[in-house]
Design a protein around this ligand. Structure first.
Ligand code: 6PG
Length: 327
């Protein structure tokens, strides 16, 4: 039977840890002990349940939405997994994580470049428009991109632009000129070329930075969903697009997930990001979460989600109990 440990990371802002570290299992004890810098202001989660925690590497940077990296826990290409008791709690924490990164990047460089996927992610972002974030975020400095888009008119029910507009953009004050939708009058190939040109223009304008290490654009934050087959963006298992290493944006005319015509960022762009939050909820994602984080990996063939290996950034998985149930 899977061992389950529930503990409250912080139930109020009055105390740093409700549970003495001596009462935690050894692996979590050392996790907290080596991070004396954890402060009550920086920990954002109300509670989390980790099943079979040996399978997961959990570091404080995922819990500290300000992005401060504690010493000795993160390495290049490392990733972190958070498991929440409910999607509601996940949504609260995702909002805090995003708001804190917004504050950091707006202060550091006066802009915040945010890339969104479609799917259930957009619903999980709902708390971001609510108090206290909705009123305090500097929306005027946000720049919104799509990691993938279905090549359909913007008012089509399949459009990721429409999904994000209805669920998020229509509720906040991001200037329309800073919302980069595809040109839906073009073919998939034309729309990908056009979007890549748009990104290059934004690099010239200084809105978008280039990764000095890879030469690909370095977005501040990507908020990505994941399919039950392990796809991210419109990068599907076994597809030739997985190995694209020159283009920034490419296209697919035969997507296994409808609709068939899409554009998508490529792996070099995704992996050049400063921060990636991978949001996976529900039992339908449990097999893939297990494959990515479980102690036994039966296949040498990597699923697309396993190919997210950031060159110099922080990858955090936000999951709920159902998605983590096979760990
Ligand atoms: O346009 C798309 O189809 C998405 O960008 C896609 O990559 C999505 O994020 C995943 O399929 C997860 O979707 P769910 O969270 O709805 O399962």
């Amino acid at each position: 039977m899977a061992r389950s440990l529930s503990f409250s990371l912080i139930s109020s802002f009055l105390r740093p840890f409700p549970t003495p570290t001596s009462e935690l299992p050894a692996n979590l004890r050392s996790f907290f002990t080596v991070n004396p810098s954890l402060s009550r202001e920086k920990i954002t989660l109300k509670s989390a349940t980790f099943s079979s925690v040996q399978s997961c590497r959990i570091s404080t940077s995922a819990l500290m939405a300000s992005g401060t990296t504690p010493p000795g826990l993160l390495t290049k290409g490392d990733s972190e997994l958070l498991v929440f008791d409910s999607e509601e709690e996940l949504s609260n924490s995702l909002a805090k994580y995003t708001a804190d990164l917004s504050k950091k990047f707006c202060l550091e460089r006066g802009a915040f470049t945010v890339v969104l996927s479609g799917g259930s992610l957009v619903k999980s972002l709902r708390k971001l428009v609510e108090t206290p974030y909705g009123d305090s975020i500097d929306w005027g400095k946000w720049h919104i991109f799509w990691v993938d888009e279905r090549v359909v008119p913007k008012d089509h029910p399949d459009s990721n632009y429409k999904l994000v507009f209805d669920g998020f953009l229509s509720k906040v004050q991001i200037p329309a000129s800073q919302v980069y939708a595809i040109n839906d009058s073009l073919s998939a190939e034309g729309a990908a070329d056009d979007y890549e040109s748009c990104l290059k223009h934004l690099v010239n304008e200084g809105v978008l930075l280039l990764s000095p290490a890879t030469g690909f654009p370095k977005f501040d934050l990507m908020l990505l969903g994941m399919g039950p087959d392990g796809h991210i963006a419109s990068l599907f298992p076994g597809h030739s697009l997985l190995t694209e290493n020159e283009r920034w944006v490419t296209f697919i005319n035969n997507s296994p997930k409808p609709p068939p015509k899409r554009i998508t960022f490529t792996f070099p762009v995704i992996n050049s990001s400063a921060y990636v939050a991978l949001v996976a909820t529900g039992a339908g994602k449990a097999d893939v979460v297990h494959r990515a984080f479980g102690s036994k990996n039966s296949s040498s063939v990597l699923l697309p989600v396993q190919m997210v290996k950031l060159d110099n950034g922080t990858l955090t998985w936000f999951t709920d109990k159902a998605a983590a149930s096979k760990l």
